[in-house]
Design a protein around this ligand. Structure first.
Ligand code: NDP
Length: 480
């Protein structure tokens, strides 16, 4: 069986403990590779390598760092098919999704920050007759990047690219559930000419190697994407050590549909915003609110479309949904369907596991699920499910829908469908949400601030926000 390796100091190596963890293929439910079960001693080795590399990398000109990162981006592009197949196999997502979204976006992330860094400028503040301030923005040093399983290389590279571009050395950990494309990335970085020790990729469990990263004294900043409970733990642990923290956490996003919307556009996009990547995107809209005059028409059309959505093995070109990421996750998602029934909800379509033929008969497939009849403040409508399950709820007034939309602990993303321009802006303004899409979903400009409010996180990624996070500002005043 293939054994994945850590990538430390520019070379692949086994974990010090010699222990490995099983890596499951969600499409078949079978173990297909082994992952290093790294621990604090591997983190220590990586930190030492990063310390040696830091003076070289941080003193390199922005243009030279940019050139390396552009080659890294091109290196992924050149191995596109291999990365696509690996991502789909590791995560269970349809090959078509990995080919159109995940891997192209990883290519873009490196390219975007490679070019951004050569345009990154710091400020100066002139004081009339007194002097001038200028602000230096220097890399932080060694930073930790920890990412989840839902968009593996996409989110891994979204952190690593700005961290490297800004001149930091990185200790990175992908989710133990989806390590494969991060494993491949080491060789691409090496081939691109990234100096040894600048990027170190460690595999293993959050509670061991992840924990060692967040607690290491020499790791000065943590950029984390994952669940809110893990984020809370990281904040509690790392904040007293005065580490800079960027936390991108969970969501429970509202999708608000007014009766005057463009129905066909809304319907097709809502199908995607509900179930893309098996509903395992932090930006998916899992609470759909429909203005009452449109409710029955929406319900009939939406349920008919959802019922026809093909759930199949990820290599099937007809697959719209593949497998969810793991058995425990499948069980968690299905347990929420049971909870919804106990809370008085009616399952309009889906709600069960899909049994495929061998060799996929032990894979983790769930039929996309639509539930109605729930109170907006019940647990099903308040807690993150992170799977192919949405609820539909009618509303009568703008005030009522805003109350329901803003009622959760989360505040990551929201979608609003209406043809009334004034209302669109008014509702966007009132939503407690870091991102609002009007008459669209998941249109991403990498320059814009990305992140959530409330329990969805602290800080923003993207564009200058990311480069500011990965640098320390130092103000210098010069007296006339
Ligand atoms: P987790 O919080 O379980 O894990 C995220 C990462 O943190 C993994 O690499 C995990 O390692 C690691 N980790 C776990 N425990 C610790 C610890 N004690 N110290 C350090 N690292 C740790 O999230 P999931 O992987 O389950 O991802 C799903 C969640 O991510 C959802 O809540 C989703 O909403 C959120 N998310 C948020 C996004 C955003 O931008 N706001 C985007 C995408 C997802 P391991 O898995 O190996 O245990």
């Amino acid at each position: 069986m293939e054994k994945l390796q850590n990538f430390i100091d520019g070379a692949y190596c086994a974990p010090k403990s010699g222990n490995y963890i099983d890596n499951y293929e969600p499409a078949t439910g079978k173990v297909y590779s082994l992952i290093p079960n790294s621990d604090a001693s591997d983190v220590e080795t990586a930190v030492q390598a990063a310390e040696r590399a830091y003076p070289i990398w941080s003193k390199m000109s922005a243009e030279d760092r940019s050139a390396v990162l552009i080659r890294l981006s091109e290196g992924i592009q050149a191995r596109m098919d291999e990365f696509v197949a690996a991502e789909s196999r590791d995560n269970g997502k349809p090959v078509s999704l990995a080919a159109h979204v995940d891997i192209p976006r990883a290519v873009s992330n490196f390219h975007f920050f490679a070019t951004a860094i050569v345009h990154f400028a710091s400020e100066s503040h002139f004081m009339e007759g007194v002097g001038v301030n200028y602000t230096l923005r220097k890399p932080i040093g060694i930073v930790g990047c920890i990412s989840p399983w839902n968009l593996p290389l996409y989110l891994f590279s979204w952190k690593i690219a700005p961290a490297l571009a800004a001149g930091n050395c990185v200790i990175a950990k992908p989710s133990e559930i989806t390590p494969y494309t991060a494993y491949l990335l080491g060789q691409v970085a090496k081939d691109a000419g990234l100096p040894d020790g600048v990027l170190n990729i460690l595999h293993g469990e959050g509670k061991t190697v992840g924990d060692a990263i967040i607690k290491h004294q020499k790791i000065k900043a943590i950029s984390f994407t994952g669940g809110t409970a893990t984020g809370e733990y990281i904040a509690r642990t790392a904040a007293p050590m005065f580490k800079k923290l960027s936390l991108e956490l969970g969501g429970k996003n509202p999708n608000i549909i007014f009766a005057d919307c463009d129905f066909d556009d809304m319907l097709n996009t809502t199908l995607r915003s509900s179930f893309a990547n098996q509903g395992q995107i932090c930006l998916c809209g899992s609470r759909i609110f429909i203005e009452r005059p449109l409710y029955e028409r929406f319900k009939e059309a939406f349920v008919a479309k959802v019922a026809k959505t093909v759930v199949s093995n990820p290599t099937d070109p007809k697959a719209i949904l593949g497998a969810v990421v793991s058995k425990p996750h499948m069980e968690k998602v299905l347990s929420y369907v049971e909870l919804a029934k106990q809370e008085g909800g009616t399952v309009l379509t889906g709600g069960e596991q899909v049994q495929l033929d061998a060799p996929y008969n032990e894979g983790y497939y769930i039929r996309p699920t639509v539930i109605e009849g729930l109170a907006y403040d019940c647990r099903t409508n308040q807690e993150e499910i992170f799977g192919p399950v949405v609820t539909i709820t009618p509303f009568d007034t703008e005030e009522e829908v805003l109350l329901m939309a803003n009622s959760t602990a989360y505040g990551l993303a929201a979608t609003v469908w209406t043809s009334d321009l004034k209302r669109a802006h008014r509702v966007a303004d009132e939503l407690q949400s870091g991102i609002v899409w009007l008459n669209s979903w998941l249109v991403r400009d990498l320059r814009t601030p990305f992140g959530g409010m409330k329990a969805s996180g602290v800080g923003r990624e993207g564009g200058w926000e990311a480069l500011r996070f990965f640098t320390e500002a130092k103000n210098v005043f010069v007296k006339y």
